[in-house]
Write a protein that binds this ligand. Structure first.
Ligand code: ADE
Length: 223
């Protein structure tokens, strides 16, 4: 999978891809992340990519031209399945969307900044808008990193244990069951006996019951 990320603050997108699972996925050649500095597509000598909004009002707006130039160049090189704008107005990211995106080959993520982007980009270039939650961030970069993480970990070969991603919370609209590791007894806080019983049927049954119980208690809206 190839993910092109367009941003005015490329440095913000460095560290998420330099550690752990995302770094390994790149090193294994499963994912190719290409970060583009929107300023490289500026059409003026000051390298500016934003301007005041027509009609007045606070906040600068990312201009249509550099965005169009950057995305047109990418589209001339390969086909893209989605061109996604990260925005609090977008469709809220959930596990099912992440599952769908993980099956795509090439996507572009456009990060907003300042007040936002010229509406003509949304009307004519973007194919989807995605929000990571009902709150406003300073820009789309951290949201893009979260979206990438949620997608990449689902791609076969990225997580060592193939079944691991499938047993995560939300995969079947249930939260995950409680998990424990050694020691069996810490300060009298004990691991449930069933998990040490060696009876796999009983363990599966217990995990399912706990997942249902946890979901009802913490996220009744998921049912
Ligand atoms: N940009 C600013 N806030 C955002 C959010 N909540 N989700 C996605 N992109 C954003």
């Amino acid at each position: 999978m190839r993910i092109d990320i367009i941003t005015v603050v490329p440095d913000l997108l460095k560290s998420p891809f330099e550690s752990s699972i995302l770094k390994n996925s790149i090193e294994k050649g499963i994912v190719n992340i290409v970060i583009h500095n929107l300023r490289d597509y500026s059409t003026n000598k000051y390298k500016s990519v934003d301007d005041y909004q027509f009609g007045g009002g606070a906040g600068m707006v990312l201009m249509v031209e550099p965005i169009d130039k950057c995305i047109s160049k990418l589209k001339s090189e390969r086909n893209y399945d989605e061109i996604i704008y990260l925005s609090p107005d977008g469709e809220k990211l959930n596990q099912s969307t992440a599952n769908k995106f993980s099956l795509l080959n090439n996507i572009i993520l456009l990060c907003g900044h300042y007040k936002g982007i010229d509406q003509r980009v949304r009307d004519n270039i973007i194919t989807k808008e995605v929000s990571i939650g009902d709150y406003v961030l300073s820009g789309g970069e951290l949201a893009a990193a979260i979206l990438c993480d949620s997608i990449i970990r689902l791609i076969p070969g990225v997580i060592g244990d193939e079944t691991s991603a499938l047993t995560d919370s939300f995969q079947d609209n249930l939260l995950s069951s409680p998990i424990y590791t050694r020691p069996r007894d810490y300060k009298g806080w004990k691991v449930p006996d069933v998990l040490i019983s060696g009876n796999n049927n009983e363990i599966d049954k217990w995990r399912m019951e706990k997942a249902i119980e946890e979901t009802k208690k913490k996220r009744p809206d998921l049912n």
